[in-house]
Design a protein around this ligand. Structure first.
Ligand code: CDT
Length: 323
């Protein structure tokens, strides 16, 4: 068997005034619980170290830069303790953060960090940036200014193998597990999944921040109905795309009432390659969602109904890559 124990680590409310050190402390608590449960890989949410700042219009450049991680996120004073703890516990983590590069570029990024190797194995920069560049002039609107603050990712969707997760090397016959990463809005796009699917992905990691109301549904819907629909669409895309690419997937939410009022949905979950929910969050707060994932179960789909090399008709797909 190629069985891995995986966890989505949901992070509840993070307020504008919460320090990175405070948030990292909460993440370390989750990491320690995961290690106690013999979890091998823990997925943290998108932009995990701070509140979801793209909801604010920030005109002051210095203030805006203060939401970003400059330099090496794995060794910066405030975020380093998380990576040090992963090394100490020999556990792998995937974590999202706002990246400012040395060249002055800004991305919505996540890294896969191997605790055993003590280094980043893969980096992903969010491709599909939702929301607007200009803030809405409706005073009651919820801003979502990712197009203002980030550039579209420039690394593509690169699947990668993670060595050493399989005890005693028993999984080696089919090679080390194949992971892929995407961030929040990417999960709604069939293209993100298919590009990973074509690389044989077996585990897709998705951190997210999804507002509970104000975006997804007609304004006439009441907040409860809006949240229900947001959760429905979230699970719909996780389950459907896992099935059509014969892959496990994990989704980790930043959830709860940021600053006591900006509600983000929970719904952290783990989905199997048949599209079934294996585990899901029960709360709006900090919570680990754990499942045992047998990667051999990806084979059914990959070898039969979604054997891409046998059944795809690429001669009809050209429009997908036209502007
Ligand atoms: N963070 C993120 O990408 N959130 C989006 C909200 C879209 S509404 C403007 C999402 O797709 O969940």
């Amino acid at each position: 068997p190629r069985v891995l124990r995986l966890a989505a680590a949901q992070l509840g409310a993070i307020h504008s005034t919460d320090s990175r050190t405070h948030v990292v402390g909460r993440m370390i608590t989750l990491l320690e619980s995961a290690a106690a449960e013999e979890v091998q890989v823990v997925l943290f949410p998108e932009l995990a170290f701070t509140t979801f700042f793209p909801r604010f219009l920030i005109n002051d450049e210095q203030e805006l830069e203060s939401w970003f991680e400059h330099g090496d996120v794995t060794t910066n004073t405030e975020t380093r303790p998380l990576f040090d703890k992963a090394k100490e516990l020999q556990i792998d983590i995937c974590v999202g953060y706002a990246e400012a590069t040395d060249e002055g570029k800004h991305f919505n990024t996540c890294v896969y960090f191997s605790g055993r190797e003590g280094r980043v194995l893969s980096k992903y920069r969010k491709v599909h940036l939702p929301g607007t560049f200009e803030p809405s002039d409706d005073p009651n609107a919820v801003h979502h200014l990712e197009k203002r603050y980030f550039e579209p990712g420039d690394l593509g969707f690169q699947a990668f193998r993670v060595p050493g997760l399989e005890e005693g090397g028993s999984l080696v016959e089919r090679g080390d597990p194949i992971f892929g990463m995407m961030i929040c809005n990417d999960r709604r796009w069939a293209e993100s999944w298919r590009v990973l699917g074509l690389q044989g992905v077996e585990i897709v990691l998705v951190g997210f921040n999804t507002p509970a109301f104000g975006h997804h549904t007609p304004k006439s819907l009441d907040p409860e109905e809006s949240e229900r629909m947001a959760l429905f669409h979230h699970k719909l895309v996780m389950q459907a795309h896992s099935y059509t690419n014969a892959t496990y997937s994990l989704a980790a939410a930043r959830s709860g009432y940021d600053d006591g009022k900006h509600k983000l949905i929970a719904g952290s979950c783990i989905v199997d390659p048949e599209g079934q929910l294996l585990a899901e969050a029960k709360t709006l707060g900090d919570e680990l969602v754990i499942a045992e994932c047998d990667l051999e179960l990806c084979r059914q789909g990959k070898e039969k109904i979604f054997a891409f090399e046998k059944h795809r008709r690429t001669e009809h797909y050209g429009r997908i890559t036209e502007q």
